[in-house]
Design a binder for this molecule. Sequence first.
Ligand SMILES: [Zn+2]
Ligand SMILES: [Zn+2]
Length: 105
Amino acid sequence: MPCYRCGARQTDPVRGASPWQRGVRNESQVLICPDCQRLHDLDLDACGTCGSTALICRLGEVECRSCGAVWMARSDTPLSGSTAPPPPGLSAEVEAALNRVLGRT
Ligand SMILES: [Zn+2]
Ligand SMILES: [Zn+2]
């Protein structure tokens, strides 16, 4: 599976953990190459509980690898309800960093 963003192909895995990151975007499993991981507009799905983007998607379910939360993909009942959802791609972590840079708290 190539990088969803730039289409780069995964090279032969080196020993140890792959530098490629797995994530979920639009409730589909994607791979992110090391280059694209440095970008802050990855537009990955984030956990509604802890904000982590370390998610895995399988069999219609999305599971958070950080806190273990599991929810149905393609759910008709988004967590955000009637409130406006956060901008896509902004994980809580990135948002917090942006807020620091912009002087917001
Ligand atoms: Zn890439
Ligand atoms: Zn989580």
